[in-house]
Design a protein. Structure first.
Length: 202
C-alpha cells in the first residue's frame, strides 16, 4: 500500500526463473498482491520461483503481447495495477514516488520513463528505440475499461486522462538476462506480429 491505496503487481512470464525474483523483490515494500501469468510454453522453473512469493499463479496460451498484458491486468484486485516485466526493476529508493502519482487522482494511468542496461549494476546503459524516456504505461487505476492495444509495443486505451512521470524510472535488463540468440528471436517475433496487426500503425 502507498498513499492509502492498495497495489497489485501484475506480470507475465516465459522462462523467467532467473529474472523474476529481482523484479518482485524490487517492489515488495509497496505491493499488496502479486499476480503472475505464465506462458504455457515455459519449460524452466518459473512457477517454482513464483511460488516463493505468491499463490496467485495462472497459465495461458500466448497470442500476442497486448493479449498477455490484458490477461495479466484483469488478475489484479487492488486499487492500482503495477505492470512490470520480469526483466525490469524499480529502485527501492524511488518507490516513494508512486505516492506522488496516487495523490493526483485525475489521471487514470501513468506512463513511466524506462532506461535500458546491459548489467545489473547499471554501469552500461544501452540505447533504445524509442530513446529515453521510452514511456511505458505501467501504473494504472484498476478500471474495467482500460486495456492494452497494439499487439507489440503496447499502448493503453480506455481513457484520455494520462500522466507521465520520470520517477520511479523502470530499469530494463533484457540484455543481461537474455542471450543474443534469444534477443534475435524476440525481435523476429515482434516483426512477425507487427505484420499481422492490421489495425495499428507502428
Amino acid at each position: 500500500m502507498i498513499g492509502g491505496k492498495t497495489i497489485s503487481l501484475c506480470t507475465f512470464a516465459l522462462n523467467e526463473e532467473k529474472a523474476l525474483p529481482g523484479m518482485i523483490e524490487s517492489v515488495l515494500p509497496v505491493v499488496d498482491e502479486i499476480n503472475i501469468l505464465i506462458d504455457d510454453r515455459t519449460t524452466d522453473k518459473t512457477e517454482e520461483v513464483a511460488r516463493r512469493y505468491t499463490d496467485r499463479i495462472f497459465y495461458t496460451t500466448f497470442v500476442d503481447f497486448a493479449d498477455m498484458r490484458n490477461k495479466a491486468l484483469r488478475l489484479g484486485t487492488k486499487d492500482y495495477i503495477l505492470m512490470l516485466d520480469a526483466d525490469e526493476r524499480l529502485l527501492k529508493e524511488e518507490l516513494h514516488h508512486l505516492e506522488d502519482l496516487v495523490q493526483k487522482p485525475i489521471y487514470d494511468v501513468w506512463y513511466l520513463a524506462r532506461r535500458h542496461y546491459a548489467d545489473l549494476e547499471m554501469k552500461k546503459e544501452i540505447g533504445s528505440n524509442p530513446p529515453y524516456p521510452d514511456w511505458q504505461c505501467r501504473f494504472l487505476k484498476n478500471l474495467p475499461q482500460l486495456r492494452y492495444v497494439r499487439k507489440v509495443h503496447e499502448i493503453i486505451s480506455g481513457t484520455s486522462f494520462r500522466g507521465y512521470s520520470h520517477k520511479p524510472t523502470i530499469r530494463h535488463f533484457s540484455h543481461y538476462f537474455k542471450t543474443e540468440e534469444e534477443l534475435r528471436q524476440r525481435q523476429q517475433l515482434y516483426r512477425t506480429i507487427m505484420k499481422q496487426d492490421k489495425e495499428h500503425a507502428y
